[in-house]
Design a binder for this molecule. Structure first.
Ligand SMILES: [Zn+2]
Length: 430
């Protein structure tokens, strides 16, 4: 290496260190921080620690254990957020940044964005979110401002612009801004699908979202051809990323399985028959994951004034789909479709997951260790353990006593930095 090159690479390394610090650390983050908790759930399948402490330094967890056995440096500072039930930060694997409040994220005042992020996500303990389709440039701009430390918010992953069948933008998306609708990919050939995937990834996408069956108009169903879908999946996998799909119907689910999709972002609503054994076995052997989005179904059906008893019957059928999937040890990821769904509160989703038969341990997995494993981050995320990222949530009460407490959040930390703490700063009446 020539001396100038050497010097340049050292300067670059120094700049990268600075950049990394501005992402992860607040002023004085070289300090050790102590977060005392009444109870800590280090991981879903690990016994809780009563009267515990977590020590955090430079964005990472350095110690987890009982307060009595902790070696706390004299210079350590104690967090204001003490006394709750602490666990790993949650991931919502199905969100959208598509409401008007996110428009022009590159220029919107930081405080406004921070408040929106708090209202939709961080006040519910989401320290990582996966945006499963939005106006990509805008979401990437939002993410950049968070990563620069300008706006406090969660880690954001995005699939960018979704891929639809030709003339297949679903009717429920027709209200989106026309400039966004115009940019949506509707590949007609395998090569167009590959090009769309490459363009998304080059612009910062972390995966691909396929709409396999859509209804652009009342009574019309359009389908993505297997060749186009397969090409999109192969191109995404070649970049080391995952494909998420909107299944809509059992038939589309089988297509998703055939073309090797990784994550289904919903169960299927209104199917006449339950998921069959062959499909379930195929999903299991293909390591396909599912995001149930139970609350969304009632929310959607209410728009059409469907009677409560019919809603109950339809949603119960989706419980049985998930139960059959869990019975074959399929991986469940937590997600709500929030952002598309204007009701941000995930409490009902936890209640419905429990009603479908999921234990608090399984729900905690879907929020923490399962998404970390799915996106190959399980060596650094999803647990409260030494060496792991200090992405943490502190709940006001124990979710193992009542699953509603998963939404009863006192504070949330990302890389040791508080990104939410009560009281909630919002437009809510005092
Ligand atoms: Zn969605």
């Amino acid at each position: 290496m020539a001396p100038t090159e050497h010097r340049r690479s050292r300067v670059l390394a120094f700049l990268l260190v600075l950049a990394a610090q501005s992402v992860a650390l607040p002023a004085g983050a070289a300090d050790t921080w102590v977060i005392p908790a009444a109870k800590i759930y280090p991981a879903p399948d690990v016994a809780p620690i009563e009267d515990g402490v977590v020590l955090v330094r430079a964005g990472r967890i350095t110690y987890v254990g009982t307060r009595g056995s902790a070696k706390i440096p004299k210079s350590a500072k104690t967090s204001d957020c003490a006394g709750g039930v602490l666990t790993a930060g949650f991931q919502n694997s199905h969100v959208h940044f598509i409401e008007p409040r996110w428009e022009d994220a590159a220029h919107k005042p930081a405080a406004e964005l921070a408040q929106s992020l708090q209202e939709m996500l961080t006040r519910y303990g989401f320290t990582t979110v996966f945006d499963t389709a939005s106006d990509q440039a805008n979401t990437v701009a939002l993410r950049a401002r968070i990563e620069k430390g300008e706006v406090r918010g969660p880690r954001i992953f995005t699939v960018g612009l979704a891929l639809f069948p030709p003339d297949g933008i679903p009717s429920y998306l027709h209200d989106l801004p026309p400039q966004m609708l115009a940019r949506m990919h509707q590949p007609r050939t395998a090569e167009e699908a590959r090009a769309a995937v490459r363009a998304n990834i080059a612009a910062g996408a972390d995966g691909t979202k396929l709409f396999l069956h859509t209804s652009p108009r009342q009574g019309v169903i359009t389908t993505m051809s297997p060749e186009v879908a397969r090409a999109a999946v192969e191109e995404t996998h070649a970049h080391g990323k995952l494909v998420m799909a909107h299944p809509t119907t059992l038939e589309a689910m089988r297509l998703a399985l055939d073309v090797d999709v990784d994550v289904l972002v919903h169960t299927t609503l209104g199917e006449k028959s339950p998921w069959d054994a062959v499909t379930l076995a195929g999903m299991k052997s293909a390591h396909m994951s599912i995001i149930p989005t139970f609350k969304l179904w009632g929310y959607e059906l209410k728009k059409d004034d469907v009677p409560a008893s019919v809603v109950e019957t339809l949603v119960s059928a989706t419980f049985r789909e998930l139960q059959a999937f869990i019975a074959v040890h399929g991986q469940v990821l937590f997600g709500t479709d929030v952002g598309y769904m204007h009701d941000y509160d995930p409490t009902d989703e936890y209640v419905l997951m429990a009603k479908a038969g999921m234990s608090p341990t399984q729900i905690l997995e879907s929020l923490t260790t399962a998404p970390a494993a799915r996106w190959k981050e399980d060596a650094k995320h999803g647990q409260v353990a030494p060496g792991f990222a200090a992405d943490l949530v502190v709940l006001a009460a124990d979710p193992f006593e009542d699953v509603k407490n998963f939404a009863n959040v006192k504070c949330a930390f990302r890389a040791g930095v508080p990104i939410f703490s009560r009281p909630i700063l919002s437009t809510e009446a005092p």
